[in-house]
Write a protein that binds this ligand. Structure first.
Ligand code: AMP
Length: 416
């Protein structure tokens, strides 16, 4: 069954057509600069859509810049592929399922209502996801549609990991708790790591590190998330591309009192101008660029890398506490899969947990491949390439064709 996978953001849609059974990809692409005012943009600056088929790219402008126009263009492009694939279902990457969703779901009017209830938890992402689903329902009528939530994998977090030490009413009335993100990726790489370690997932305690523009670590016990570094929002935890990760919550008031910043200005700074970008003095949020700068002697770039590694190693060690026993550490995401330097520096800090690197295996692991990079006798350290589109397609297939008994039901009102 061919699936169309959609990741609808507020101004963009990332898409792919793939067969979950074989992993074969027929089409990928990105529609950008969608949204209000797109049709009034000066020539050459408005909404566009890019298709990639067999490594060949095509690019064309969109006139109205709506989801409907983008989906229409995707539908047309699918129909003009050689031996056009017949799409059996649409899978949506959806961000915040709050406590209502403990797994992926077939989209129904009730599901959309529950997603609307979760808007306060993700005011930017959930409205875009919902609008994208409604437009896809109109553009592809009759196809089953599935929502795969970034938060759902973490619904198994025990309360000690999920709760903040804040007034109880905040939790009960507003759902203030840790939800975690990147769940699709953490779940996928944990599943893929098990055969590499020649052990069933159910017996394994793994720490997965998804390191990209956004980064998080997860403690995966027997295939279930038991702790993770992101919280109520994807701002908590590790040093990221432009996000600060952990700060003292008192910082907001401090910056207001001392620098006169508004709450909105502080939040913008923590989301957009912090992390690697902030630490490198505004040089870059891109790990590759920072590594190049650091290797040619840029002190602030080097410091950004040092701080990234330190926070990451500290969090990995914290996840070991959640697990009790650690059977493996898995690196994934753009940085985790590609930066031998970050992997080396991180594992060097984790000897205390029994992790030791095979420096040669680490340096020589070809890009885009998975493999073992630890020395003999070490707790295994693995690189596993993530594939969120495939993971969403597999979930879509499972929901559409699987036993209805295996489908998680909507849970009751938040929070617990
Ligand atoms: P993602 O968000 O998963 O696409 O990851 C993006 C991050 O991966 C960016 O910071 C990139 O600089 C980083 N990245 C990609 N390739 C490399 C590489 N060869 N070396 C270091 N970092 C890389």
């Amino acid at each position: 069954m061919w699936t169309l996978i959609l990741n609808c953001g507020s101004s963009s849609v990332k898409f792919a057509v793939l067969d979950p059974a074989s992993g074969q990809v027929r089409l990928t692409g990105l529609a950008e600069k969608l949204g209000a005012g797109a049709e009034h943009a000066p020539p050459g600056t408005g909404a566009t859509i890019r298709f990639e088929v067999d490594g060949e790219r095509q690019h064309r402008p969109l006139t109205s810049g709506t989801y409907a126009e983008a989906f229409d263009a995707i539908g047309q492009r699918i129909r003009t592929l050689p031996d056009p694939p017949s799409i059996g279902a649409v899978g949506h990457r959806t961000v915040h399922g709050g406590t209502r969703f403990s797994g992926s779901v077939l989209i129904t009017p009730e599901v959309l209502d529950a997603m609307r209830e979760c808007i306060p938890l993700a005011p930017l992402h959930n409205p875009a996801n919902i609008a994208g689903i409604e437009a896809a329902q109109a553009a592809f009528p009759g196809l089953p549609q599935v929502a795969v939530f970034d938060t759902a994998f973490h619904h198994t977090l025990p309360d000690v990991a999920a709760r903040y030490a804040v007034p109880d009413t905040w939790y009960r009335e507003y759902g203030v708790r840790r939800y975690g993100f990147h769940g699709t990726s953490h779940a996928y790489v944990a599943r893929r790591a098990a055969p590499m370690l020649d052990r069933p997932l159910e017996d394994l305690n793994l720490i997965t590190a998804h390191l990209g523009n956004g980064s998080s670590v997860c403690a995966v016990q027997g295939g279930q998330s038991v702790d993770t570094s992101m919280g109520l929002t994807p701002l908590e935890g590790l040093v990221m591309g432009t996000r600060s990760g952990d700060v003292d919550p008192g910082l907001h008031e401090f910056m207001h009192n001392t620098a006169g910043l508004t709450l909105e200005q502080v939040m913008t700074a923590l989301n957009k101008h912090s992390g690697l970008k902030g630490l490198s003095g505004g040089l870059s949020n891109d790990m590759r660029e920072l590594e190049e700068a650091a290797h040619s002697g840029h002190a602030a770039a080097q410091f950004a890398l040092d701080a990234f590694v330190y926070r990451l190693a500290k969090y990995v060690a914290g996840m070991a506490v959640a697990l009790g026993r650690v059977d493996g550490l898995v690196f994934t995401g753009g940085i985790g899969e590609n930066s031998a330097y970050i992997r080396q520096r991180t594992v060097e800090r984790l000897g205390v947990l029994g992790f030791h690197l095979d420096a040669e295996a680490n340096a020589n692991l070809p890009r885009g491949t998975r493999g073992l990079i630890s020395a003999p006798g070490s707790v295994p350290v693995l690189v596993v390439t993530t594939n969120e589109e495939l993971a969403i397609a597999l979930e879509t297939l499972r929901l559409v064709t699987g036993d209805p008994e295996d489908r998680p039901a909507l849970t009751e009102e938040h929070p617990a």
